[in-house]
Design a protein around this ligand. Structure first.
Ligand SMILES: [Zn+2]
Length: 209
C-alpha cells in the first residue's frame, strides 16, 4: 500500500507524498494517518466486507458511490466526500474504478464476485512463488487460495517484487497466456501490472529461475 499524505497539484491533481512529479507541493488534503485509515476501510469494504458498511454489492463488485460516502461519513467525523475521490485518483496502482455512480475494486477480492474485465490478447504472464510451492504448481497448476481470483503479473520484475514478501529467493513461473487463452482459459486484464484468472493448468506453465 502506498503511504503518505494526499495533496493536490494545481496541474496534475491529487497525488501521494510531499511533492508532485512536477515538484510543486500543492495543497494539503489528507494526512498520512487518515489516508491509511481511509484506504484500509475502502479496500476492506470493496474487497472483503461490504456488509459491514451495509453496502449492497452486485455480482461484478459494484457498489453505489453515494452509499459508500454516507457509510464513511457515519464512520469518520473528519470525512468529507472529496477524500474518497482524492484517495482513488491518487492511487497509482489503479485499485479502484468509478463509473456511472458506482465504484468497485479492480482486484484482490475475497468476496464472491464475477468480474467482467476484457480478456485482451495477452503476452506471457508471470507468477512469483517459493521453491516448495513451485514444484506443486507444476503438478497441479495455479489456483487462487485465499482470494477470489489468482493474480498474475505482467512483468518478471513485478512477479519478483510480489513474491519477495514471502521468500528471499523467489522462483518465477511463466504462464503461456496466449496458449492458455486459445484453449479456453479465461484471463482478464485489470491494470498495467495485473491480470486475473481462476486457474491455469500445468500445461501452460514453465519455471524460470
Ligand atoms: Zn504536478
Amino acid at each position: 500500500m502506498e503511504t503518505g499524505q494526499i495533496r493536490m497539484c494545481p496541474t496534475h491533481g491529487y497525488f501521494r507524498g510531499e511533492k508532485c512529479q512536477c515538484n510543486q507541493v500543492g495543497r494539503h488534503i489528507l494526512d498520512e494517518r487518515r489516508t491509511t485509515q481511509l484506504g484500509k476501510m475502502v479496500s476492506g469494504a470493496l474487497r472483503h466486507f461490504p456488509e459491514k458498511l451495509h453496502l449492497e454489492m452486485d455480482k461484478q463488485g459494484w457498489v453505489d458511490v453515494e452509499s459508500l460516502i454516507t457509510a464513511l461519513e457515519d464512520r469518520y467525523r473528519w470525512f468529507y466526500r472529496e477524500y474518497l475521490f482524492a484517495l482513488i485518483e491518487s492511487d497509482v496502482k489503479g485499485r479502484y474504478e468509478i463509473k456511472e455512480g458506482k465504484i468497485r475494486a479492480r482486484y484482490a477480492h475475497s468476496v464472491n464476485v464475477d468480474l467482467d474485465f476484457p480478456s485482451n490478447e495477452l503476452p506471457e504472464l508471470y507468477y512469483g512463488t517459493t521453491e516448495e510451492e513451485a514444484d506443486r504448481v507444476l503438478e497441479v497448476g495455479l489456483k487462487s487460495v485465499n482470494q477470489r481470483y489468482l493474480h498474475l503479473s505482467t512483468s518478471f520484475d513485478e512477479a519478483i517484487r510480489v513474491a519477495k514478501y514471502r521468500t528471499e529467493q523467489p522462483i518465477v513461473i511463466i504462464v503461456n497466456a496466449k496458449q492458455a487463452q486459445e484453449n479456453g482459459i479465461k484471463i482478464m486484464s485489470v491494470s498495467d501490472q495485473i491480470c486475473l484468472s481462476e486457474n491455469i493448468p500445468p500445461t501452460f506453465l514453465e519455471i524460470i529461475s
